[in-house]
Design a protein around this ligand. Sequence first.
Ligand SMILES: [Zn+2]
Length: 273
Amino acid sequence: MPELPELELVVKTMREHALGRTILAVVLNPKRAFVIRHPLEDFARELTGRKLVAVDRRGKFVIFGFAGEALHLVINAMLGGRFALASRAAPELPSTCFTLQFDRALDFRFLDSTMGARIYLTDSPESDVPSFGELGPDALDPALTYDVFAARLKRHRGEIKNVLRNQVFVAGIGNAYSDEILFAARIRPLRRTSTLSDDERRALYAAMRSVLQDSVATVQQQYAGKHHPLHKQDRSFMKIHARSKSVCPRCGHRISSIHSGGESTYYCRECQR
Ligand SMILES: [Zn+2]
């Protein structure tokens, strides 16, 4: 699932290449267009001729804004949604759901192998996009100071990994980066938030900021270095998530994992408390 760092790359790349361009046509893949939560004929008609003037991210939502009357294309990529920017001549990628054909032969393609993504077209995301209106502050929002973070943490009880992934608590963090943040903070994923000491809360906040900021930079370097295109995720830089066959890079202990509900959590039993 793309999380804050991957979606930041999408926003940056779209701003660099597609801002100010006009959508000449919308191409739907009839087998996969059901990820679009909007009447399909209207979706294509309402977007055609629109000029892209804003690309933003809120939590794990990517939002395109257009010139003229208010209209927002809101993308929730969920588990398998991926983004691609390509020249029109580039071969079609498997699992393309729809393509926005911009002027000067630039294609924005949205792909989804698991078909769980949700795409909305609305003049009011707060009221029309489920859970959008309840999003907490973005994990990298400068206004999310330690004091704000700690106050929110007091109101969200439960296992710390679940709280970190709760978009109402803080937006942008999912299964993978919550593992990385908890590893950096040396806190076990199943710890209850009520048991965290003041030092641990501070370590958690610092880890959230540093892990996400470093990962944003790493993901952008990967793309700039063409190690992988926009639609591929290369998370080989991660220290603990999905590294069950490795040892802890900090203490050398075997990495532990918990599998439940189709998701996996990774941590070090030795140096996370
Ligand atoms: Zn360790």
